[in-house]
Design a protein around this ligand. Structure first.
Ligand SMILES: Cc1ncc(COP(=O)(O)O)c(C=O)c1O
Length: 445
């Protein structure tokens, strides 16, 4: 029998080892949510909390949207699971067609996985495989960027630039990886609205330092987030991504955009690549593709990459890679429900309509105690607080907790608080969110 009542709060919190969570602190003061609708969570004690970060930058269509819920329900009763290993089911093909329809021109193939981390590791493997099939098997080096987050698996962790990962797992990173500098410079580019007018030349480091050091003939790919998210919402300087593209082109290096956060409407287009007018060779995505209702991720590839695998491989499996749940029917159904919702409600355009209002909201925090930067692009933004000398991150965490107590969820990344609301957000929600954040910042010494 189906029981759709919200579950009672668990009696024992110990068995669940929570991810990316200070378990001791959480279990001493748990915050449990039992339901969600549109922009709001309902907590176990009946409070409503505005979701200012689309939870983890993923609930782009809002929570429990009818089309998505219905699509999942219907699919669960019709075909709960079918493998995509030499077997197919129509929904995965339809989901691929619909994603490709939204992709930049010339990217007509997509490989499905279950998460952003898997998408990144898959993209790195595609890059290596592509070069090998073209007779350029020496191209194995991968270039990431400082402060990048590309997921929790070994490939993504290695090209990523998260200090906590490097501290914990530094000895086990992939070999042959180097990093570009990140693009943030608070000394010269604080409180900039949108992309900074200067700083494109940071991309030249690829050609002036890393290519001479490693030699282009050894480099497979450069991977960047068009806007770095979990590293603190770092907006690329004007012209930076275009310059990276030109350098990669000159040297036969593949360019990967990790669009796990920026994909599916965050910047007012389906993908950031269209917003910036820069087309990479591969795009990784996840999160917003299903509005997070069922896990799904994927890699879009330029046509020539797909063709190379199909034409240059020996008979049999062309790309020896995949996951049990690649193209899962429920994930495919959720993707179709989400893509229908985005299209019917014009949600990708919301960032264009609300971007200026959102920008004013982010920058209204300037001048509050300890605020050292406000930054934004379309419906993505952040406020950065000065770290306490002896406790980096403590101030950000305290503001986050005070916001939660006042009914707003925004996420701290150290002393940076990020804003990334579901695309159904309205001005009144933004007023509430920035008003509460301002109160919380004032309340934290
Ligand atoms: C840019 C980027 N890539 C990859 C990932 C990893 O995604 P997942 O947590 O779905 O594995 C994230 C997660 O936030 C991300 O922001």
């Amino acid at each position: 029998m189906t029981d759709l009542r919200p579950p009672l709060p668990p009696q024992d919190l110990e068995p669940y080892w929570m991810p990316m969570t200070p378990n001791r602190a959480f279990k001493a003061a748990p915050r449990l949510v039992v339901a969600a609708k549109d922009l709001y969570y309902t907590t176990a004690d009946g409070k409503h909390v505005l979701d200012g970060l689309a939870t983890l930058w993923c609930v782009n269509a809002g929570h429990c949207r009818p089309r998505i819920v219905e699509a999942i329900r219907r699919q669960a009763g019709a075909l709960d699971y079918a493998s995509s290993y030499s077997l197919g089911h129509p929904l995965a093909f339809e989901a691929a067609r619909r994603v490709v329809e939204l992709a930049p021109a010339g990217m007509r193939h997509v490989f499905f996985v279950n998460s952003g981390s898997e998408a990144v590791d898959t993209a790195l493997k595609i890059a290596l495989g592509y070069h090998r099939l073209r007779g350029a098997g020496a191209r194995t080096k991968l270039i990431g960027r400082e402060r990048a987050f590309h997921g929790a698996n070994f490939g993504g962790m290695s090209v990523g630039g998260v200090p906590a990962n490097r501290k914990a797992f530094g000895g086990a990173m992939l070999p042959g990886v180097d990093h570009l500098r990140h693009t943030q410079d608070l000394a010269t580019r604080a409180f900039v609205r949108g992309p900074a007018p200067t700083g494109a030349e940071l991309a030249d480091e690829l050609e002036q330092r890393l290519i001479p050091l490693h030699d282009a003939s050894n480099i497979a790919a450069v991977i960047v987030e068009p806007v770095a998210g979990a590293g603190g919402v770092l907006i690329p300087p004007r012209g930076y991504l275009k310059r990276l593209r030109e350098i990669c082109d000159r040297h036969g290096i593949l360019l990967i955009f990790d669009e796990v956060i920026t994909g599916f409407g965050r910047l007012g287009q389906a993908f950031a690549s269209q917003y910036f007018g820069v087309t990479p060779d591969l795009i990784t995505f996840a999160k917003g593709v299903t509005s997070a209702a069922v896990p799904l991720g994927g890699v879009l590839v330029r046509d020539e990459i797909y063709r190379t695998f199909l034409e240059a491989s020996e008979a049999g499996v062309e790309f020896f890679h995949g996951y049990t749940y690649s193209g899962h029917p429920l994930a495919s159904a959720a993707a179709l429900g989400a893509l229908d919702t985005y299209a019917e409600e014009g949600l990708f355009d919301r960032a264009n309509q609300l971007g200026a209002y959102f920008e004013d909201g982010v920058h209204s925090l300037r001048g509050l105690p300890h605020v050292i930067d406000c930054r934004n692009l379309q419906l993505l933004g952040a406020v950065e607080l000065a770290p306490r000398p002896d406790a980096s991150g403590a101030r950000g965490m305290e503001v986050h907790v005070k916001c939660w107590d006042r009914g707003v969820f925004v996420r701290p990344m150290g002393d940076v608080l990020a804003f990334c609301p579901p695309l159904i957000v309205e001005k009144r929600h933004l007023d509430t969110m920035f008003g509460v954040v301002a109160e919380a910042i004032r309340a934290v010494a």
